[in-house]
Design a binder for this molecule. Structure first.
Ligand code: GAP
Length: 452
């Protein structure tokens, strides 16, 4: 069963420390959220799973962590200064502002008036001053997508790693968009994270690689716990394609508010490297690039057999971390009746994503021997390096189980008086609630088996 409403997820996220409205104590800022103690663990685990799949498990990719502040020249060349806009309308009656393409029946969602201005383009990029003098001449943009610095670092990475195409550059990081109407919790926000791979290929092989990445990415989301039937592949209509794309397939997910984009896989052709390269006229560039008179570097590779230089095509799987978190929470959220006619809520997350991997609970908080042994078990499991293990030294056992069900902890280990006699602990499984005794000597193997 998936969550019935977004409200249930929002409530769980606040109650259990996954997500908070940002700047909450001062009234909050729309479209910004802070990840709390459980949220940061879940987010890190999701990013780690992506990095593992996109970098560590492959032999044809490298990683990057580039700056967020971006030169206006980069975003001029990329097309963002001129085209990264949404259509903005003002309601003349109540003075509110909206995205024209999201209105129903061309009515103001607030006061229902149809007296709206004509749509005008609103650039979504945030600007900030660089240096101590803010006279408008020296500024930077907060990057609206993580990939542009992958393109500007293309030559640096080629030279420092001796890669040959096909190969990819992966990056995870913040992106910023001044969305006109942020909405649906963390689905559409103004500050978010992206996990992007730019995979450089020879022209002519691009369509094959595009198909490869679409299938690979769908498989990965399923491995993270998303049900196949809640994912849908949508080929973006040519009239809706971004200025850089020849083809884009979106992986849409059935969010609580409807079927919407979770990740996009674009065939960006040679637009990006072609727009950022020096000496554009030296190359046979396929796409309509932005004329470049500033670049100092050729962003091309050599075809070894023909000794000819060319600009590679790029296939880009681009996933939103925050949308991933929302989808995973939605998938994992289960409300069920327990045998005593009580309701329980659990997050049935895949163990590798769970914020807490195991909770060690001393049954008697005032029994030093039990507490010391619990600390030792916690420390030993923590050393296995599979993620955060906690010692639960407050509350009763029922409350602890409830809390850990709701944050998705796969197992709780209880140390009791019997433990002191038989050297075993009670292990409770989150999903089945089944309990069994496991010898402390076998605990590491037992614990590790949850993550294989
Ligand atoms: N580099 C390509 C690119 O940025 P995009 O479709 O604009 O493409 C990629 O964004 C992904 O980033 C989306 O599929 C979505 O998951 C995430 N994303 C985009 N805008 C977002 C926003 N305002 N809030 C949260 N996530 C967003």
């Amino acid at each position: 069963m998936v969550a019935k409403t977004m409200d249930e997820l929002v409530s769980l996220c606040k109650r259990r420390g996954f997500l908070f409205q940002s700047n909450d104590i001062y009234g909050g800022i729309k479209g910004l959220y802070d990840y709390g103690p459980m949220g940061v663990e879940l987010k890190n685990n999701l990013k780690q799973a992506w990095w593992k799949s996109m970098v560590y498990e492959r032999d044809d990719t490298e990683g990057l962590d580039a700056s967020i502040l971006s030169s206006p020249v980069v975003l001029k060349q990329s097309g963002h200064e001129d085209t990264f806009t949404d259509p903005l309308v003002d309601c003349k009656s109540c003075k509110s502002r909206w995205r024209a393409d999201q209105l129903e029946d061309s009515k103001c969602p607030q006061c229902k008036s149809k007296d709206l201005t004509d749509p005008r383009p609103f650039n979504l990029m945030f600007k900030t001053a660089i240096g101590p003098v803010d006279d408008g001449t020296s500024f930077a943009y907060l990057r609206p997508e993580t990939c542009q610095q992958i393109f500007t670092n293309f030559k640096n990475i080629l030279d420092s790693t001796s890669r040959t195409i096909p190969f990819g550059i992966a990056q995870i990081g913040k992106a910023f968009r001044n969305e006109i109407t942020p909405r649906n919790f963390i689905f559409r926000v103004r500050e978010f994270e992206q996990m992007e791979l730019e995979f450089f290929v020879e022209p002519g092989t691009d369509e094959k690689w595009h198909e490869y990445w679409v299938e690979k990415r769908i498989k990965w989301w399923i491995e993270q716990g998303i049900k196949k039937e809640n994912l849908k592949k949508i080929t973006v209509a040519s009239s809706e394609l971004a200025h850089y794309a020849k083809k884009t397939v979106d992986i849409n997910y059935l969010f609580p508010h409807g079927l919407e984009e979770l990740e996009g896989i674009a065939n960006r052709t040679d637009f990006d490297l072609g727009s950022h390269t020096k000496n554009q006229s030296d190359f046979d560039i396929h796409s309509k690039v932005t004329k470049n008179t500033h670049s100092t570097t050729k962003l091309a590779v050599q075809k070894l057999d023909e000794k000819k230089w060319f600009i590679p095509f790029v296939i880009e799987p681009s996933a939103g971390v925050d949308r991933g978190i929302l989808a995973l929470l939605n998938e994992a959220y289960i409300e069920e009746n327990t045998d005593k006619d009580n309701k329980r809520i659990l997050l049935s997350l895949k163990p590798h994503l769970s914020p807490i991997k195991a909770a060690v609970i001393p049954l008697k908080k005032n029994n030093q021997e039990i507490v010391d042994l619990s600390k030792k078990i916690k420390s030993n499991l923590q050393k296995l390096g599979l993620g955060r293990v906690v010692l639960e030294n407050s509350g009763n056992i029922g409350k602890n189980y409830r809390r850990h069900d709701e944050i998705g902890t796969p197992i709780c280990l209880t140390v009791d008086f019997e433990t002191l006699e038989d050297n075993s602990v009670t292990v409770r499984d989150r999903d089945s609630m089944k309990q069994n005794r496991v010898s402390i000597d076998n605990l590491s193997d037992y614990y590790k088996s949850y993550f294989n």
